[in-house]
Design a protein around this ligand. Structure first.
Ligand SMILES: [Zn+2]
Ligand SMILES: [Zn+2]
Length: 137
């Protein structure tokens, strides 16, 4: 099984091979800032199963701390899969174009979650924009 992914502008495309057991969500303060959202969503992919198709040299890496870097597309700024250690690529799940065939497996740094990072009893979920139908309608 091969699955494809890309950045927002399409300069960078990649392919991953095989099956995966799920997505890691990190809610730490670094990942919240770097994503601008509730955190980073990562699929850990062994390096030999990850292949750049295009744009590999169109990346820029920011070293935020000695042990924390982020890699983005030079044109559109999409957070990209990054070679964070010798064995694995840490793939940003939002860049996948194909279904993963797995769900969220693990949340980490849950103790750092801000108070807004959860659904409440009044939370509404729409199929698309809030002017359209809710999920389940
Ligand atoms: Zn891009
Ligand atoms: Zn984190």
């Amino acid at each position: 099984m091969r699955r494809k992914g890309s950045c927002l502008c399409g300069a960078l495309t990649y392919e991953i091979e095989g099956e995966f057991d799920g997505v890691w969500v990190c809610h730490c303060s670094n990942c919240r800032k770097a994503s601008g959202g509730f955190g980073n969503t990562i699929v850990v992919v062994p390096r030999e199963r990850f292949h750049w198709i295009s744009g590999e040299d169109h990346r820029t890496t920011y070293a935020l701390r000695e042990t924390y870097t982020i890699t983005r597309c030079k044109t559109c700024g999409t957070p990209l899969p990054a070679e964070e250690d010798e064995a694995n690529v840490y793939l940003t799940a939002g860049t996948l174009d194909d279904p993963l065939g797995a769900v969220i497996k693990t949340h980490i740094f849950c103790g750092s979650r801000p108070d807004w990072d959860e659904d409440g009893p009044q939370t509404k979920c729409f199929v698309e924009r809030s002017s359209g139908p809710e999920v389940g309608d």
